[in-house]
Design a protein around this ligand. Structure first.
Ligand SMILES: Cc1cc2nc3c(=O)[nH]c(=O)nc-3n(C[C@H](O)[C@H](O)[C@H](O)COP(=O)(O)O)c2cc1C
Length: 347
């Protein structure tokens, strides 16, 4: 597909994202390993997993481990949740001092009960003025740009994204990422791109569009149909770092080749090896202290593997054996059984 549509470098405060096709924050997925691989394939920016501001301020070892970054990983958003402006500001100060993050992003969309019960995540969407208060508190404490990731509203009858975007803008937020679904829609169902186009036309700060991007062509389509300043990809990037390279090619007017089986196998193995190192650095798991780093990595990797094998004819067969995988060798044996030449149905 030839493209005349250009995705310009995105300015988030003083940070420039040269290629604004961005890896979405996904709890349990977007750790340093997934981000490192995405980055290798042209991902322009990534967000950390969602991290508790309270945990950061307490200095919780587990919370700090979640914020591990790779040398040279840039630009990266520290994606945090909380409801107390002071605590969030203190967390932002800590993050700024590490020198490893270029933006602070406030989660305003997480529907998880324990987050919402504290007035954080999706609960903040009910109170745009509280979002503005938090942004002001963080901005007073740090020089890093502050952004928000949110949704269209809690439910179709409570669609208040315009009010939220306005609150982010007037309190000095530098960009807003909008998942074009409601909280009630969780992560599935049709994403409302016309709503993205409407908000983009109302906003003076950059809008990053998110929801329902399944392929590189969808990146182009979202930019064309909505005019957003950046495109954020979630589920379709799981087990598919190549989607960023494909998007880069499409946006530059040509098509990249899908990865060979050999490349796919080698990235899967590298993902596992890097995960083992990441787990070793975490130390013993509190819940399963008897698990080796290799076992923890393989258990964690199974969700990624489902993504890596999506679209292959034998993927159902491999999925049936997931429960028995304990070692890197088990995973690689299953992956080696996938036939070269089989194609993925989608990204
Ligand atoms: C497993 C999973 C975890 C997620 N965790 C977060 C999160 O911690 N913070 C957040 O703002 N969004 C989170 N999301 C939402 C994604 O960032 C994204 O908005 C959503 O998946 C829609 O994009 P997509 O259609 O490209 O997947 C999560 C989504 C999934 C599937």
């Amino acid at each position: 597909m030839h493209s005349d549509v250009k995705l310009k470098p995105l300015k988030i405060g003083n940070v420039t994202v040269d290629f604004p096709v961005i890896l979405a924050p996904m709890a349990g997925y977007t750790d340093v390993v997934m981000r490192t691989l995405a980055r290798r394939y042209h991902c322009g920016m990534a967000y950390t997993e969602v991290t508790s501001a309270e945990g950061l301020v307490r200095g919780s070892k587990q919370t700090l481990h979640m914020l591990e970054t790779a040398p040279g990983e840039w630009p990266i958003a520290a994606h945090i949740y909380g409801a107390n402006p002071d605590i969030l500001a203190q967390a932002a100060v800590f993050l700024e001092r590490t020198g490893r993050f270029q933006t602070i992003d406030l989660n305003c969309g997480c529907p998880v009960a324990k987050v919402v019960a504290k007035g954080a995540g999706a609960a903040l969407m009910k109170h745009p003025e509280k979002i503005a208060q938090i942004i002001r508190a963080i901005k007073q404490a740090v020089a890093l740009p502050v952004t928000v990731k949110t949704r269209l509203g809690l439910s179709p009858d409570r669609a208040n994204i315009s009010e939220i975007a306005h609150a982010v803008e007037e309190s000095g937020g530098s960009a807003i990422a909008i998942h074009a679904r409601f909280v009630t829609g969780r992560h599935t169902g049709q994403a409302d791109w016309p709503a993205l186009a409407r908000i983009k036309s109302e906003c003076s700060i950059p809008v990053i569009g998110n929801g329902g991007v399944l392929s590189a062509e969808d990146v182009l389509r979202m930019v064309t149909e909505t005019g957003v300043d950046g495109v954020m990809i979630g589920k379709a990037a799981v087990g598919n770092p190549w989607i960023f390279q494909e998007a880069w090619s499409v946006m530059h007017g040509y098509r990249s080749q899908p990865p060979s089986m050999q490349e796919r196998r080698s990235v899967i193995e590298e993902h596992l090896r890097l995960l083992i190192v990441h787990k070793e650095r975490a130390g013993k798991s509190r819940r399963h202290p008897q698990n080796s780093a290799e076992l923890s990595a393989v258990l964690h990797f199974r969700a990624h593997l489902v993504g890596y094998i999506r679209g292959f004819k034998k993927s159902a067969e491999v999925r049936r054996t997931l429960q028995d995988m304990r070692r890197v060798a088990d995973v690689m044996a299953a992956v080696n059984g996938l036939q070269a030449g089989e194609t993925r149905s989608c990204g």
